[in-house]
Structures are given as C-alpha cells and as structure tokens.
Ligand binder design. Structure first.
Ligand SMILES: [Zn+2]
Length: 190
C-alpha cells in the first residue's frame, strides 16, 4: 500500500464523494470499510460502483483469519504434546525439532490461514483493467490527533483522483495548502 495517497481534513465528519474509489465510475453502493491500526478499528462507509462494491465488501480480515488459524493450530500442537510426544523414543524427545513442533504448528496456521484466504479472495474477485486494487480502495485511518492536528480525519486511497474529489467536496475542511495540492485552488496568500 506504499503508493497509496493520504490526506487529513479538519472536523470529524466529511462528505464522501459518490465516485468509486477503485475505478472512478459514478458510485451509489454503500460499503462499510474497517481500518485496523494496532488495537483500534476505524470504520467508515464509502460509495462504490456496483462492479467494485462486492470485492470491497468481501475482503477477508487478516486479523480474523489469523486468530482462527491460531485457534485451529492448537489442535495439532496439543495432539503432538499429549499424544505423539510421550510415544517418541528418548533420542527424538531431546531433539530441538520436537520442542519446536507445537510452536511451528501454531505459526504455520496463524500465517497460513489468512494467506490462503486472501489468495482465494484474489482468485474469486479478479481485478478488472479499470480497477486500481482488489478489495477496498479507500480507508478512513482515524483522527489526525496524534499528529497534533486537533479535531481532524485522515483518509487514504489507492487513487489520487478520489482524494481530489474528497477534498473538493469538503473544501472548508481543508487547509489552504491541502486545497492547493489536491484541487489546484490558488495557494494561500502569505
Ligand atoms: Zn468501481
């Protein structure tokens, strides 16, 4: 996501443009999108075109599938500890692989589950030529308070055109530099 574009606007509520953040077509399908940062989840409803809405709504959560993988991974880990391990010959019991196996099983499941789920998602929602990404193309990333900007809201999007549209529709919430950068409005007078 390194090439995504970000913007911070003042205030806690913005007009969301009726433009698909993924393909820039007119948009009227509401998709609630979650952005997780550490232990906080920020939710915002964006407008997508019909074609892009489904993939945006269906993106599997890495967090959810990681936790599920961890839970499922306990089965082979516990089986090994309580069933297999006691039956191993002494020489194998001492090997570091025996000690590492339960942890390995947990790690493989915790990483493998979300990975496989995302792969199957990518297969079932192939990206069309006009789409920028597979899945959500815009996120609300939370208040900009941490940056010392006071009451504000930050967004990131795959397409700069969508950010421009967001700023254009919330001009009074953009500082002059942001307005100039994203909408080509005249720069602030010194
Ligand atoms: Zn679209």
């Amino acid at each position: 996501m390194s090439s995504w574009h970000t913007v911070t606007l003042s205030g806690s509520s913005q007009v969301i443009p009726p433009v698909c953040p993924n393909c820039l077509a007119p948009a009227d399908v509401q998709v609630e999108t979650e952005h997780r940062f550490l232990n906080t989840t920020y939710t915002q409803t964006f407008l997508y075109c019909k074609d892009c809405a489904k993939a945006a709504a269906d993106l599997p959560s890495i967090f959810f599938w990681g936790i599920l993988g961890l839970v499922v991974g306990f089965v082979p880990a516990l089986l090994f500890v309580f069933v297999v391990f006691p039956k191993l010959p002494e020489s194998l019991k001492d090997s570091s692989l025996s000690g590492a196996f339960p942890l390995l099983a947990l790690a493989v499941c915790a990483v493998g589950f979300p990975l496989l789920r995302r792969l199957s998602f990518k297969k079932s929602h192939p990206k069309t030529g006009k789409q920028a990404v597979q899945g959500p193309a815009a996120y609300y990333t939370g208040p900009g308070d941490a940056l010392g900007l006071g009451d504000s809201s930050s967004y990131k999007a795959a397409r700069p055109e969508w950010i421009s549209e967001l700023v254009r529709r919330n001009q009074d919430q953009a500082d002059p530099a942001t307005r100039h950068l994203w909408t080509g409005a005249p720069p602030a007078k010194p």
